[in-house]
Design a protein around this ligand. Sequence first.
Ligand code: MV4
Length: 500
Amino acid sequence: MKVLIANRGEIAVRIIRACQELGHETVAVYSDVDRTALHVRLADEAYLLGPAAASESYLRGDRILEVAAACGADAVHPGYGFLAENADFAQAVSDAGLKFVGPPPAAIRAMGDKVRSRQAMIAAGVPVVPGTEKGLTDEEAIEIAPSVGYPLLIKASAGGGGKGMRRCDEPSQLTAALSAARREALKSFGDDTVYLERYIEQARHVEIQVLADKHGNVIHLGERECSLQRRHQKVLEECPSPAVSPELRDRMGAAAVAAAAAVGYESAGTVEFLLDAASGEFFFLEMNTRLQVEHPVTEMVTGVDLVKQMLRIAQGRKLRFEQADIEWTGHALECRINAEDPYNNFLPSTGRVTSLHEPSGPGVRVDGALYEGYEVGLFYDPLLAKLIVRGENRPDAILRMRRALDEYRIAGIKTSIPLHQKLMDRTQFISGFYDTSYLETHFRMDEDDEESDLDRIAAIAATLLAHKHRSDAINRLAPAGQSEWKRLGRRRALATRLGG
Ligand code: MV4
């Protein structure tokens, strides 16, 4: 099979690697400024799309299909971003007689509209945040708001990533918030349909990975914890979530499988939930109908190669495993390495990478597109690479991440590495008790608070101590004396619940 990768950067490289291992031929596409990019170097063939601006290159579905026809491609993998969740593009790919390595256009459409997807989820028995079931006029919103309750959230039906979203703490704010949300939604999506949801405070963002083939088989691969975000951009992800027990994983997984099945999903997809960690209640937020940036943490803990699975599914092959075959061993963390200055309000950083050393060694994986001499520009998103580590348990993964971050050297541009180093030393992160508000309300980067060696030694000691407390707790709760077989089973369940 010949696969055209309609993307750039680290994800294009990731997809090319999967194709090569499967024996597929690869076709890269690129813009003027990406002529020397790593994905172009690694692919078997590469074709120019146009100028740097995404609207003139990576978003030109028509050009991409011309290239696919000219080079005799059999399939198109869209990666994430750009055309990945564009139902018209997915349709055009299949109308051209090519395989789209992703879900059917109808599934993309059903999940792209929030009001519609909420209705579908309610019908499928998937818990959604209490709120309204259709788009509202201002008059209807004002009338219904008291029954939704405060604080509430106005959301754009076409929305995503927090755009067209406005929080309202009391009735007096409603009119202004409605018009602000509509204005933003119209500007961003060309659609000002809005609806209301109850605001869930101090929630965690937990998402479930699903895989569905073209034969009606749908399974889940467990959760990813994505609560560490800044301005709706994820900063660090982990698998499993410190807040999810095996029992909760089963329930959230079953809900995600029902969500995917309800829209006729095929391929890899992700169902996002808000989790109230205190009560264990969870609510459907949206489904991302694509491969996600943070997919590697799931791969590291389940051993399943998600990109290879997507390619197999697109070829019409059956899933080779069922739900009972999926096991989660160890703990994975992913730090997003961005070209930005964490000491200067995350200002985007540009320039040439003058010298580079990427960490490696046991349990370390780098998904990136960097090389010495690479020129970082401002045209695309700032993600340079993802540093992923796996450990036997969460404390081991944290210690390993700290080691790998210390080893990382990127000269010539500013990166978010110092932020991650600082995060690895925070007790809130080490303990695992954090929610979506943590990064923006309790975490600050200061130029003058550079960690002393003593502080870092103290943080390493704290991590080891957290590990010891955890094993002590397991020993207390599952002491010797029961049959060894029972005791080991109980230890494993407790270890997962306690985060690792
Ligand atoms: C919410 C919420 C609280 N209550 N919905 C933000 C992006 C979009 N996908 C949904 N988002 C939220 N929806 C209700 N009913 C809080 C957020 C939210 C959030 C969600 C996940 C990760 C980070 C977040 C940061 C701020 C707000």
